[in-house]
Design a protein around this ligand. Structure first.
Ligand code: MN
Length: 177
């Protein structure tokens, strides 16, 4: 069983919520095969009308959807920064989930897909792409989003605000020449 999804599953009662449980993630040959081509990964932004309306930004990293709750929604203009609170990893199947989480359950409210598409890792160091898992660990993610609403380069940067360990900023960055 995936360690990554343990928290996701622990928070939910799958007899009551329509959210996906998520497959167990035995590594497939395709997933372990090394390729030099940049890989198009998937992203989704879900509008989540819970206790407080927010937008959940999810990026495919290491076969799960690494997730942030963005209260004001992802920025559309270059230079605009938005607070992004990191939440638990979600299963890949969550990328197509829409539905109503019942009253009394974790995250109760309506979930709808606000935008989705593919993205590329564009974080470079010394002319080389930095692996996404390293970017995540270092709190410095740079991606190029190819969605319907969100297009172009974005950054997710971990902050050291306050005493919490989950506060990031999401910003739309300038295209590199
Ligand atoms: Mn949410």
């Amino acid at each position: 069983m995936s360690i990554k999804l343990r928290l996701y599953r622990k928070k939910r009662d799958f007899a009551k919520t329509p959210e996906p449980y998520g497959k167990t993630m035995a590594k497939t040959k395709a997933a372990t095969k090394k390729t030099s081509k940049p890989k198009a990964l998937i992203f989704v932004v879900q509008k989540h009308d819970a206790t407080r309306l927010h937008y959940d930004v999810r990026l495919e990293i290491g076969n799960v959807l690494v997730s942030w709750a963005v209260p004001k929604g992802p920025p559309r203009k270059t230079g605009v920064k938005r607070l992004a609170i990191m939440t638990e990893d979600h299963p890949m199947e969550y990328g197509t989930f829409e539905g109503i989480i019942p009253e009394g359950e974790y995250g109760a409210g309506t979930v709808e897909i606000w935008d989705s598409g593919t993205f590329y890792n564009i974080k470079e160091k010394d002319g080389k792409i930095v692996p996404l898992k390293t970017c995540l660990k270092e709190g410095q993610i740079e991606v190029y989003l190819e969605g319907t609403k969100l297009k172009g380069p974005y950054a997710l940067v971990k902050t050291s605000f306050g005493d919490k360990d989950n506060q990031w900023l999401m910003l739309k960055t300038k295209a590199k020449k």
